[in-house]
Design a protein around this ligand. Structure first.
Ligand code: ATP
Length: 451
């Protein structure tokens, strides 16, 4: 048979299937895990046919399709698992499947926390510490999922890493009572109350805006924000017996972004009354363990400090991927996810209708150091160069409140300034819910989002 120019031979059946949405079958042996990486342009669909599989401690239901995009996670086979998956961009021959060597440590830790919950009304306050990509967030998520799995606990998950958005956009510190199952498909763990009706129970985070991306840009403001969050958490624990008994799971920023003196960690330890500290490290004699012990012992004499190996499900992430997660968190806040589509609302306002403040960034503007208090907010002039495409936090403080009240106020929600028209002195702001723009002061965050 003659061959058309440019075509070398008839494709084989395998080649015909390549690049299509073919359904693949996969068996994962008990104790093994599949490390999955899906980029933003592709979609992976997984359906567990039999056995128990979990993602970050949350079990996948059998015969239900789960969809993932722009995500990195591991599927752990708690029992032998048989599943079906489809994703044209993932080659079947290159699946990363390996033994999970750290699940047993996570179980042991969970059962120790359960004992503490059973023994006292004052639940454990766990602080997870370690380098970047050691599995701190994954451990926190797994411990929260395990805590609610068999008993009606409501652990408070606290995110102190402003580079990560969990139930919120990045740039904030949050505390969220985990009252129900977490969404395995979501990189921000699920939806918050702003989303309205959702498939899974939506969570209600307590949010404090730091506004900057890196702690070093204004460490004093970071510590002040952390203390303010701890006050709100204390109040919640006092008034909610269930959360009090369930305790707190605190995820901290990578050790490399904090100061060598461990100021951020000692402050967290003190402010949240931490009594269990977990260091994720593969070094048997990690000097950080001794340093932590020395520093924390000066604050309290009753705490447990443990080292756990770096979680075996960890997948390397680069800055580009982390940034894509921050963008995704902003997009999901306003527009929802493919399973929960939201309808945000754009309003037009006059320049005079808004008051915006910004935190001082000592790395970008070192000259601002001199006469100002580091935690002071500065007024922002409304103009395209300062506000175009900016993500702003809407605080609970009145629009005309003074700057210290704005700094102390909790966060009501976020808006995205999509257009700043200098000639007409008008702005367009995207809000997650319809209605008038709340007459509240705003804080400019370091994040921009171009739709
Ligand atoms: N079972 C798992 N355990 C740990 N990490 C996992 C697991 N499955 C997937 N990962 C992935 O490994 C990557 C790193 O994990 P994680 O975010 O928990 O680390 P981290 O220590 O919190 O990092 P950072 O401090 O830089 O934010 C993430 O993309 C996470 O989704």
């Amino acid at each position: 048979m003659s061959i058309l120019p440019g075509i070398d031979s008839t494709p084989t059946t395998n080649e015909l299937f390549e690049g299509t949405n073919e359904i693949h079958k996969l068996e994962i042996e008990k104790g093994y895990e599949w490390k999955v990486e899906v980029n933003a342009e592709s979609k992976l669909v997984i359906e567990v046919k039999s056995g128990i599989a979990e993602i970050f401690g949350t079990e996948l239901a059998n015969d239900i399709e789960y969809s993932f995009y722009n995500n990195k996670f591991s599927i752990l086979a708690v029992e032998d698992v048989s599943l079906e998956w489809r994703c044209p961009e993932i080659p079947e021959q290159k699946l990363m499947i390996g033994e999970n060597k750290t699940a047993k440590y996570v179980y042991n830790l969970h059962f120790s926390l359960e004992k503490m919950r059973a023994a006292s009304f004052d639940g454990p306050k766990v602080m997870i510490v370690g380098g970047s990509n050691t599995g701190k967030t994954a451990l926190a998520r797994t411990l929260c999922s395990y805590a609610i799995k068999y008993k009606s606990y409501q652990p408070m998950f606290i995110n102190l890493n402003p580079e990560e958005g969990i139930f919120s956009v990045a740039g904030c510190l949050t505390a969220t009572p985990i009252s129900d199952i977490l969404d395995v498909q979501s990189t921000i763990w699920g939806h918050s109350m702003t989303s309205g009706a959702t498939m899974l129970h939506s969570k209600q985070p307590l949010v404090k805006t730091f506004g900057l991306e890196h702690i070093k840009e204004n460490q004093d403001l970071y510590l002040a924000t952390l203390k303010q969050l701890s006050e709100v958490v204390k109040l919640r624990l006092q008034n909610d017996v269930l959360v009090h008994r369930s305790g707190c799971i605190i995820d901290t920023p990578p050790i490399s972004v904090m100061d060598d003196d461990l100021t951020e960690l000692t402050t967290t330890f003190k402010e949240f009354n931490v009594n269990v500290v977990i260091l994720l490290s593969d070094e048997q004699e990690d000097p950080l363990l001794t340093k932590l012990n020395d520093k924390l012992s000066t604050i309290s004499s009753s705490f447990n400090l443990l080292r756990l190996p770096i979680l075996s499900g960890v997948i390397e992430r680069d800055d580009v991927f982390k940034r894509s997660l921050q963008r995704l968190a902003i997009r999901e806040y306003f527009y929802g996810s493919p399973s929960v589509v939201l309808s945000p609302y754009t309003i037009g306002v006059d320049f005079e209708d808004i008051t915006v403040w910004r935190p001082i960034n000592f790395i970008e503007n070192p000259e601002e150091t001199s006469q100002l208090l580091p935690t002071q907010l500065l007024p922002v002039e409304v103009k395209p160069t300062t506000l175009q495409h900016a993500l702003v936090a809407i605080s609970y403080a009145d629009r005309k409140a003074n700057e210290s009240n704005v700094q102390l106020a909790p966060t009501l929600g976020f808006g995205l300034i999509t257009e700043v028209n200098d000639k007409r002195r008008k702005l367009r702001i995207l809000l997650p819910v319809p209605g008038r723009l709340p007459d509240k002061a705003m804080i400019l965050t370091a994040y921009r989002y171009l739709e």
